[in-house]
Every structure is written in structure tokens, then in C-alpha cells.
Design a protein around this ligand. Structure first.
Ligand code: NDP
Length: 315
């Protein structure tokens, strides 16, 4: 008989992210003390998207808190592909810049694929350059995308066995679903990838010991999608403005969420129905406070890794 839990255990992404950040900070201090190297992240943002501004500010502030140098390049919404390529070329050439991050999404007039391919792969701390994607696929040393890498850390540091488990990833984007499926496969999971054309999603997802939702659809994964006792990782970060839906999703914890909607216009919710998942899953990541903090922690780790590899030639 499968063991049923009264309520899923919440996986504390914030605590694990803090642990990783402490390790990164210690490594940065060591690079400075022993080699005089100060890892530096250059973050580039184009236009005025408020969510992007928050993300970049968070990355810059976290760099400072960990003892990394950082630069914030904010360009006008009207910036052309050529202008952005010129900045990337400049950052590629600078010896003191270790990591280059171009915040997505970019305005529609910019050829995003060209920009990402122009970043020096050795400085590609988001891990989106085709060379890093290819190396990761081959299991070679690479800069790996931060959200999937963070999810692996979350599973490993929470003591969840990946090897031999059936992992189901819902979503196949280039930044989350696809690379995550690869990383799980490399750790010997049996991996299923679902997407909008998957037939009878619940029948497939209910097979999974580890179920990861990365769809950008509020509460797409419900109780019926989850195998009792499974580990459920909710990658979604969605703004919910509807008070009635907040009441349905959060049940007894709804008041706090409704207060947030009234105060600032929205509350953050994931791709998993929290009240239903809590009753079926064995372990569950909250939103916020689950996967989100790990993404930033892994970006910091990639920056220090890039500095060590570029400047010392050490893998
Ligand atoms: P995308 O929009 O790029 O991809 C969404 C994926 O979900 C697609 O593969 C799509 O399928 C699939 N999908 C959509 N609807 C369904 C459905 N009804 N059934 C099954 N699959 C479906 O999203 P991202 O991967 O960029 O982001 C996903 C979520 O994760 C978002 O909420 C985003 O905000 C969040 N996110 C969180 C991060 C963090 O740090 N925690 C970092 C990055 C993203 P198809 O390919 O067929 O269209």
C-alpha cells in the first residue's frame, strides 16, 4: 500500500538557495584572496517591462550581497539588434566581465536568437547559447540554465532520489522543460515530457514519482494529475488577480492572498493547484519560495564558475 500523507511536506527553496549562496560567497572570497579575481556579472535589460526590472534588480542586489561585482546596462525600448549586438561584443571583449546575462523577453524588433548566439559561450551564465546547450546534452562541462539546474539542486539537497524514478516534466520550453528533462535523464530518471498536445495529461502525469510543472498556466496540475505521495515541483510564477479563484486555490490560507491582491493588485501562484496538491502529493514546492529563489542562486554559481574557468582554466 502507498503511504498517504495528511498534508504534503513543503520543500523550502528559500533555505536551499541560501545554502547555495553561502557556498558561492565563500568561493568568491577564496578567488579574491588567492588569485585577486573578483567575479563580475553584466546584466543587460532592454525596455521597461516591470517584471524584468524586478528580476534584474534582484540579480544585481544578490551579486553585491555575495561579494560579486555586477553591472546593470539598461537600454531604451527602441534599441535595435545591431545596438544590442555592439554592447554584447564590448562585454565579450572585457577581461574583467565573467558573466553576461541578457534579460528575456526582448522587445519584438530585436532578433533574440542572434543576440544569445553572440554571447561568448564562456560568459553565457544563462546557459542559452547553442554551444552550452549542445555540451549539456552530451553530458560535457557546460554552463547549464539556472532554473533547471536549481530544480536538480532542490531535489538532491532534499534527499529525493532521482535515479530510477519516473520523472514527468510538463512543459518543453528551451529555458525550463527541455533542459530539465536532459538533466533528469543524466541522473538516471526515466523521463516523460508532456506539452499542450499531450493526450489525457492526467493519465500520464499520475505515473510520475517526480512531477514538474512548467507551463505558465495557473493551477493546470490538479489533484487528479498527481500520484499519491509523489514529489511535485511547481515552476510556475503567475500573477493572480481574481479573489474568487484565490479563495478556491488556497482554501484555509486564502485570506493572506486576498489581502495581497487588495494591497498590490495580485498574488503569485504557480502551475499547480496548491490546496488539491497538498492533499495528494508527498512533497510540494510552494509559490513563492520554491523554485524561484534557486534560479538566482544558480545564476550566482554560474558566474563564479565562469570566472574560475575563464581566468584559471579550472573546470
Ligand atoms: P513557455 O510558455 O515557454 O512554455 C510553456 C510550456 O507549457 C510549453 O511547452 C507548452 O506546450 C506547455 N503547456 C501549455 N499549456 C499546456 C497544457 N494545457 N497542457 C500541457 N502543457 C502545456 O513557459 P516557460 O517554460 O518559460 O515558463 C513556464 C512557467 O515557469 C511560467 O509560469 C514562468 O513564469 C515560470 N518560470 C519560472 C522560473 C523560476 O525561476 N521559478 C524561471 C522561468 C520560468 P507547447 O510547447 O505544446 O506549447
Amino acid at each position: 500500500m502507498e503511504q498517504r500523507h495528511e498534508r504534503a511536506l513543503l520543500l523550502d527553496g528559500t533555505r536551499i538557495a541560501e545554502e547555495i549562496k553561502r557556498e558561492v560567497s565563500a568561493e568568491a572570497a577564496r578567488l579574491k584572496a588567492e588569485h585577486g579575481i573578483e567575479p563580475c556579472l553584466a546584466a543587460v535589460r532592454v525596455g521597461d517591462d516591470p517584471a524584468s526590472a524586478v528580476y534584474v534588480r534582484n540579480k544585481v542586489n544578490t551579486s553585491a550581497a555575495l561579494g560579486l561585482r555586477s553591472e546593470h546596462h539598461a537600454l531604451a525600448a527602441s534599441t535595435s539588434t545591431a545596438e544590442l549586438l555592439a554592447l554584447v561584443a564590448q562585454l565579450n571583449q572585457r577581461e574583467d566581465v565573467d558573466g553576461i546575462l541578457v534579460q528575456l523577453p526582448l522587445p519584438s524588433q530585436i532578433d533574440a536568437a542572434r543576440v544569445l548566439e553572440a554571447i561568448d559561450p564562456a560568459k553565457d551564465v544563462d546557459g542559452f547559447h547553442p554551444l552550452n546547450v549542445g555540451r549539456m546534452m552530451l553530458g560535457q562541462p557546460a554552463l547549464v540554465p539556472c532554473t533547471p539546474a536549481g530544480i536538480i539542486e532542490l531535489l538532491v539537497r532534499s534527499g529525493i532520489e532521482i535515479g530510477g524514478a519516473h520523472a514527468c516534466v510538463v512543459g518543453r520550453s528551451n529555458i525550463v522543460g527541455r533542459p530539465l528533462a536532459q538533466l533528469l535523464l543524466q541522473r538516471d530518471a526515466t523521463v516523460t515530457v508532456c506539452h499542450s498536445r499531450t493526450r489525457d495529461l492526467a493519465t500520464v502525469t499520475r505515473q510520475a514519482d517526480i512531477l514538474i510543472a512548467a507551463t505558465g498556466r495557473i493551477a493546470l496540475v490538479r489533484g487528479e494529475h498527481i500520484k499519491p505521495g509523489a514529489t511535485v515541483i511547481d515552476v510556475g510564477i503567475n500573477r493572480l488577480t481574481d479573489e474568487a479563484l484565490a479563495r478556491e486555490l488556497f482554501g484555509p490560507h486564502a485570506e493572506e492572498r486576498i489581502a495581497a491582491i487588495r494591497r498590490r493588485g495580485y498574488t503569485l501562484v504557480g502551475d499547480v493547484h496548491p490546496a488539491e496538491a497538498e492533499l495528494v502529493a508527498g512533497r510540494l514546492t510552494p509559490v513563492p519560495g520554491g523554485v524561484g529563489p534557486l534560479t538566482v542562486a544558480m545564476l550566482m554559481r554560474n558566474t563564479v564558475t565562469a570566472a574560475r574557468r575563464r581566468r584559471l582554466g579550472v573546470v
